[in-house]
Design a protein around this ligand. Structure first.
Ligand SMILES: [Zn+2]
Length: 169
């Protein structure tokens, strides 16, 4: 399989999986608590606060199509089993025992990224960054980690405005 073909194959598989998992976790997910909402309102606009859902999980799920990748001897790009948070479009999964506000913030940055670029575009860019440069250098992760550091230091700023500028939207 050519790299581009593989990339679009993987993007499609990933996208399907994200929507499937979202359906699975949404029924047990909750809106932001009033405390989380008031804290996050200094960084996110009302619409993002409204759509965000949070579910606590024992472990971040591993994509089912990973078995298929293994069979085809395609390298697994990312191991989810040690992750403390993961975002299914607008549904944040937090690993039980690791429900830090900074993790929630990091994951909500991903919600805004998907909102600005669209899920498909985000996945395409994410996976190609991941394949080329590794997790630490994925643009969307670097943004999320950098903004999370600011979150721990600054009283307020607009995540959307910063991301719009960086994406040149
Ligand atoms: Zn992240």
């Amino acid at each position: 399989m050519e790299f581009d073909e593989f990339k679009s194959y993987l993007t499609q598989k990933f996208e399907e999986w994200l929507y499937q998992q979202r359906e699975i976790y949404l029924p047990q997910a909750r809106p932001l608590s009033s405390q989380e909402r008031s804290r996050m309102s200094r960084y996110f606009e009302k619409r993002i606060l409204d759509v965000t859902r949070v579910a606590t999980v024992g472990q971040i799920p591993t994509p089912a199509f990973y078995d298929e990748l293994r069979k085809r001897e395609i390298p697994i790009l990312m191991d989810f089993t040690s992750a403390v948070g993961f975002t299914l479009i607008d549904c944040v999964l937090l690993r039980e025992g690791f429900e830090a506000t900074s993790t929630l913030f990091h994951e909500m940055v991903h919600i805004v990224q998907a909102d600005l670029l669209g899920v498909k575009k985000l996945l395409e860019l994410y996976l190609s960054d991941l394949a080329k440069n590794g997790y630490q250098n994925v643009l969307f992760e670097r943004q999320a980690y950098r903004l999370t550091t600011r979150f721990t230091q600054e009283k307020s700023f607009s995540v959307r405005e910063i991301l719009e500028k960086e994406f040149s939207l």
